[in-house]
Design a protein around this ligand. Structure first.
Ligand code: ATP
Ligand code: MG
Length: 636
């Protein structure tokens, strides 16, 4: 019996039970049958959760790029591995075959070696979403260098702090990047960052925009001539299963970003397995994940997961609104995309626009549509299901984190019946538990609590770079012996999970614990509301009360704000209960978001409390100007 692919709900339960009863057999068999290894493991898993120590496939030897590329060459060397869709739709899309990917990655790997990069060295990759980004990531993995991809929208100080945190030796960047009708001076940002980064000795520069840039002698080199002179084949470094593969910083929604370290074998097995099952991947599918490779979603489901399965994966350089709001739908049509994976923030933004943008396209190629990053509110879920999925495509609402490496709780397409706003059931191998405030496990269904995972899975991050103590404190101390996710969840009558938001965002109003997601969900269903965010603030009688920030769809229509506020509260009372009514409602034109598109509720909380002194680490904040606007309009 093979465990790699699940084909029915019955089989899901069978595999799930096996994975819990005999996790070593379950993962051992998957690892053995679906990957190539230089050497097998002595032990499938070795762990001590209390000490935050986890190892998978102990002493095995492997290289992830052999599994992403080399092993596909014999049978599907000519198959397209990567479709590159440029920012400007009139520029031709590129199709990169597995053979070409092998050559490009080999050349880049050889260049890195010639430039003195060795196994274990850290390389910062600060590139736009162009093929060189994928190639650079894979080339690092090929030679055992640890990649640290920094999203190419970050400022010089954010780049510098990430480089310094992990002491990168090299930066790979480009002369610039295109995003919609803007060009971004990436090289200029790197130059500024490197004024404060003594560890970096060399910078390789890809050409994209042909912008005029400064090249610092002795440090900076153009990539193209180096690649031209490099051999187009390469030997992969033999890596230990637990050698670090990459460092990636979290979104910084709740505080200072954490440099999560993922290792080789476990991450490989877990991303390949989850990709295959959640998206029901089949051989000729065209998979498109719209995340940036600078986030974990891009690492796991633009690059590693799809390539490990020999899939065709789309890399899109631009933004959803360029040249207009139909770009996603047009691109799905153009490349006949079968699985489409995006974030609620993008769905909400596109749902605000005229329906004709999406209705112009039949989107018949689509089979599965997915969501990740934040709770997807019910209205957005239906819009996505109705207008993008045409009610035929399962919506897979995938809950996971930078720390988890891959998807943890999600419907398996065509297997798990979906339910709006529910991430539904855990993947095999994942043992979620809900904990109460007294640190006891809450049994049974129709309960809410803090979401923890009580057994390690192969994709779990092993540490925070340079700070194992913070790793232990953050994830393994609140509920000793368990991995604490920081999220709250509800388990419904059939055992489906719904993420109710961050535990830190739970507000206790008159003794009732209220998660923010369900309340926002109710508000967003009001026809006038485009998006909202709820936080708590201290209240003399109730302990805490709720403060809502609301973005309206069309400003002119609901002029009578007092009346609208009453309607919104009535809506909440009807959907959740009078306890969740908002004491204050502020109408805003935008919400503070991370660069990965998530609402930064911690800033909103400070504003609601009237404390503007210290917003904490805001290096990942996308739109600082909105903070000022919100502060000015604060309801006292
Ligand atoms: P930081 O840890 O620095 O505060 P972050 O948690 O936003 O940032 P990520 O690892 O990118 O960084 O995001 C993971 C979080 O995103 C989860 O803990 C959860 O709160 C939220 N999330 C992701 N997917 C979903 C989903 N499908 N439903 C609900 N929430 C989700
Ligand atoms: Mg987090």
């Amino acid at each position: 019996m093979s465990y790699f692919k699940i084909d029915s709900l019955e089989q899901y339960f069978k595999h799930y039970n096996k994975s819990i009863r005999e996790p070593r057999k379950f993962w051992g068999k998957i690892a053995e049958e679906n990957f190539t290894w230089y050497q097998y493991w002595d032990k499938v898993v070795d762990f001590n959760m209390a000490d935050a120590e986890v190892k998978w496939f102990v002493d095995a030897k492997v290289n992830i790029t052999k599994n992403c590329i080399d092993r596909h060459l014999a049978k599907k060397g000519d198959k397209t591995a990567i479709i590159f869709e440029p920012n400007d739709p009139s520029e031709q899309a590129l199709h990169i075959s597995y053979n070409e990917l092998y050559e490009r990655v080999s050349k880049m790997a050889n260049v890195l070696r010639e430039q003195g990069i060795n196994k274990g060295d850290r390389v910062c990759i600060y590139l736009p979403m162009i093929p060189e980004l994928a190639v650079a990531v894979l080339a690092c993995a090929r030679i055992g260098a640890i990649h640290s991809v920094v999203f190419a929208g970050f400022s010089a100080s954010a780049v510098a702090s990430r480089i310094n945190d992990s002491q990168c030796k090299m930066v790979i960047t480009s002369d610039g990047g295109y995003r919609g009708n803007k060009t971004i001076d990436l090289k200029g940002i790197v130059d500024e960052a490197l004024q404060n980064c003594p560890s970096v000795t060399s910078v390789l520069v890809a050409k994209r925009t042909n912008a005029e840039i400064q090249m610092k002698a002795g440090r900076d080199q153009w990539l193209a001539p180096l690649l031209d002179n490099a051999l187009n084949n390469s030997v992969a470094e033999i890596m230990d299963a637990e050698d670090p593969l990459f460092i990636l910083y979290t979104s910084g929604s709740t505080g200072k970003p954490k440099g999560m370290v993922h290792t080789t074998a476990g991450y490989m097995v877990y991303t390949a397995y989850t990709f295959k099952n959640v998206f029901n991947y089949e051989e000729n599918d065209i998979f498109w994940c719209t995340a940036d490779i600078g986030w974990i979603t891009g690492h796991s489901y633009i690059l590693y997961g799809p390539l490990l399965n020999g899939a065709t994966t789309v890399i899109y350089e631009g933004i959803p609104s360029y040249p207009d709001f139909s770009r996603f739908w047009e691109t799905i049509e153009k490349h006949k995309v079968t699985q489409f994976y995006t974030a609620p923030t993008a769905i909400r933004a596109l749902a605000k626009e005229n329906l004709s943008y999406v209705q112009r396209f039949p989107l018949k190629s689509l089979k599965v549509i997915g969501s990740v990053g934040e709770p997807i509110n019910e209205e957005a879920w239906h819009w996505y299901n109705d207008h993008v999925g045409g009610k035929r495509c399962p919506v897979v609402d995938t809950w996971w984190q930078t720390e988890t490496g891959g998807i943890m709780i999600a419907p398996l397409a065509f297997t798990t019946p979906t339910k709006p706003t529910y991430a539904t059931l855990p993947l095999p191998g994942i043992q979620p538990v809900l904990m109460d405030d007294k640190r006891n496990e809450i049994e049974g269904n129709q309960v809410v609590g803090s979401l923890c995972i009580k057994f390690p899975w192969p994709g779990i991050a092993r540490t925070i770079w340079g700070d194992h103590q913070r790793y232990k404190d953050t994830y393994f101390s609140t509920f000793p012996g368990k991995y604490f996710t920081g999220d709250g969840a509800l388990r419904d009558e059939v055992g489906y999970y719904r993420i109710t938001g961050r535990v830190d965002d739970v507000v206790i109003v008159s003794g009732h614990n209220l998660g923010t997601a369900p309340i926002e969900d109710a508000i967003n269903e009001h026809p006038a509301v485009a998006e909202s965010a709820i936080v708590g603030f201290p209240h003399d009688i109730k302990g805490n009360a709720l403060y809502g920030y609301v973005i309206l769809k069309e400003s002119g229509e609901y002029r009578d704000r007092d009346n609208l506020s009453k309607e919104i509260n009535q809506h909440i009372a009807d959907h959740i209960g009078p306890i969740a009514k908002l004491d204050k409602i502020q109408y805003v034109t935008g919400l503070p978001k991370t660069r990965s598109g998530k609402i930064m509720r911690r800033i909103l909380r400070k504003i609601a409390e009237g404390d503007y002194s210290n917003f904490g680490d805001i290096t990942t904040l996308l739109n600082p100007e909105i903070v000022e606007e919100i502060v000015k309009g604060r309801i006292v």
